[in-house]
Design a protein around this ligand. Structure first.
Ligand SMILES: *[C@@H]1O[C@H](CO)[C@@H](O)[C@H](O)[C@H]1NC(C)=O
Ligand SMILES: CC(=O)N[C@H]1CO[C@H](CO)[C@@H](O)[C@@H]1O
Length: 513
């Protein structure tokens, strides 16, 4: 594959003069290197900017880099030299944000669409406010499936008018999955220390699995959605996508909590935030004594017996047992076929209604914007048919959404039924079987989590015969992040599945030469 590419030959600094290897550095490793004077935040930012320059023309994981990132790094470096007090948990750590997460700086926030280019946001998103408080360096905006894949179901995954076609760094012509594609690709290809994505229905779990990285989809409301281009306030959640469970947990710790601009949801969920934070649950013995529900029908049984996927998952079940977990096998969620169907579960009816309302709210709060409503966005696309590929993929979901008239009695009944499906489904199963979590392959469980507002963590599980990564997902009831983190971390430490994309390392080795 490499021979068909013409990449700029460029020296990539991988090791600082003090001997710290920046490549694939973890937050803990970076903090240690900062402390020992082996690394500066500037060196880190320069390393990622270099990698983005070399690899992004191929991977299309990043839409914009922050023109102020180096200055922020310098400020972090000088604060560290003179600090009298402990610094924030992400101090000097470069983070890439999905392009729906607003930053009030020189970066644009556009959901990958040309329609929002040049719009001015009134505030940093709630999660960005927290990231800055914790000292993070905002490295830039990650690409995504445009409008979080909510414009047309035939739109190519990981494509946006602004970002181009995102690519899977393991197998370039394989689907990287979306909609937080750029965040997952960037984490996988070491284009940033850590990243943030978002999920309405699968958008963290799926790309994390396909790019062999860790994705945490938090309980809805655990992280603020203020200043984030929305689909559904009932389902949207912001979470980390990183190379390790530990990094993802450090980022989660930085972004959770109450936000007056997303008051109801974040107040309600803030009771789930454990005192002392989530880091305490990074326990190697985290599988010990846990009851795990294995969903077979419609989940693991999709992989034929003897297939590489099936063999790999079975090996993982053996490992989980060896590490002390109790596997309750062959479980089913009641009404699973209804819950897993976008139409039958009610999402097809509700999401367009919620999207129109919440997008119009978002657009109306912008200080300046070329578009002020969903209707304006539809017009914009019709006027920019070529760049927005309108003849090819259309904008049918936008058109359906524009025709909705708010939450009426039918919508209320549908939302109530989603609640019943969740109560009779995951809630009942967890209670009856006294489970700590359920375990599912890839992104197969995301609709269960979507309509219930439940959390899940995807951890790398293996690589198919074609080299495309796959993941395993630990999921549970609202607020169960502490348990899910224990499971995910113990599983990751026991299996150590993730390897960096080899193709990328060959490209950068070429570049090193
Ligand atoms: C934001 O978009 C404007 C075009 O409206 C562009 O000039 C500017 O460079 C973009 N910002 C960044 C940081 O790329
Ligand atoms: C909410 C819902 O549709 N629940 C159904 C789940 O399945 C049982 C048994 O098939 C039905 O009785 C419920 O109505």
């Amino acid at each position: 594959m490499a021979s068909s590419l013409s990449l700029p030959v460029l020296f990539l600094l991988c090791i600082t003069s003090h001997g710290f290897e920046i490549k694939e550095a973890t937050i803990d490793g970076i903090h240690q290197a900062f402390k020992e004077g082996q690394l500066t935040s500037r060196q880190l930012v320069e390393y990622y900017l270099d990698r983005i320059r070399v690899l992004n023309p191929l991977l299309h994981a990043v839409i914009e880099v922050n023109p102020d990132a180096l200055e922020q790094a310098d400020r972090a470096d000088s604060e560290r030299r003179t600090a009298q007090r402990p610094l924030g948990g992400l101090h000097g750590i470069p983070i890439l944000l999905k392009d729906i997460i607003a930053t009030k700086d020189r970066l644009n926030t556009t959901a990958g669409s040309l329609a929002l280019l040049g719009s001015l946001v009134p505030h940093d998103a709630g999660v960005v406010h927290r990231l800055r408080q914790k000292g993070a360096v905002i490295l830039g905006k990650a690409s995504l499936s445009e409008w979080c894949n909510f414009r047309s179901f035939t739109a190519p995954s990981a494509w946006s008018a602004r970002g181009g076609q995102g690519r899977n760094p393991y197998v370039l012509n394989a689907n990287p999955c979306g909609s937080s594609s750029g965040s997952a690709i960037a984490a996988a290809a070491d284009l940033a220390a850590v990243t943030l994505g978002s999920e309405t229905d699968g958008s963290i779990i799926c790309p994390a699995a396909k790019n062999s990285v860790v994705g945490i989809k938090p309980t809805v409301g655990l992280t603020s959605r203020s200043g984030v281009i929305p689909i559904s306030p009932r389902q949207d959640t912001i979470g980390p996508i990183c190379r390790t469970v530990s990094d993802a947990v450090h980022v989660l710790d930085a972004i959770v909590g109450y936000d007056p601009r997303d008051a109801d949801a974040t107040r309600d969920a803030s009771r789930y935030v454990p005192s002392g934070g989530y880091g305490q649950f990074l326990r190697v013995g985290g599988l010990e004594g846990k009851r795990l529900g294995i969903l077979r029908k419609g989940f693991f049984d999709k992989y034929p017996e003897g297939s590489l996927h099936a063999l790999t998952f079975n090996q993982h079940f053996i490992t989980m047992r060896e590490k002390g977990a109790i596997l309750v096998d062959d479980l089913e969620i009641a009404n699973a076929s209804t819950i897993l169907d976008y139409k039958d579960n009610g999402e097809e009816l509700i999401l367009p209604t919620e999207f129109k309302q919440s997008l119009n709210d978002y657009l109306s709060e912008l200080l300046y914007s070329p578009v002020r409503s969903l209707a304006d966005v539809i017009d914009f696309n019709n006027k920019h048919k070529t760049e927005e590929r309108v003849d090819e993929i259309g904008q049918p979901i936008f058109l359906v959404a524009e025709n909705t008239n708010g939450i009426g009695s039918v919508e209320q009944e549908t939302i109530a039924r989603m609640g019943e499906l969740s109560m009779q489904g995951l809630e009942k199963l967890m209670e009856e079987e006294k489970l700590d979590a359920i375990v599912t392959p890839g992104a197969s469980v995301v609709r269960v989590l979507a309509i219930g507002g439940y959390p899940g963590i995807s951890v790398p599980a293996g690589y198919g015969g074609d080299g495309v990564p796959f993941g395993i997902c630990f999921a549970g009831l609202k607020g169960s992040e502490p348990t899910l983190i224990e499971l995910a971390y113990a599983f990751e430490q026991a299996t150590n599945v993730r390897v960096p994309p080899t193709f990328i390392s060959s490209v950068t080795t070429m570049a090193d030469a």
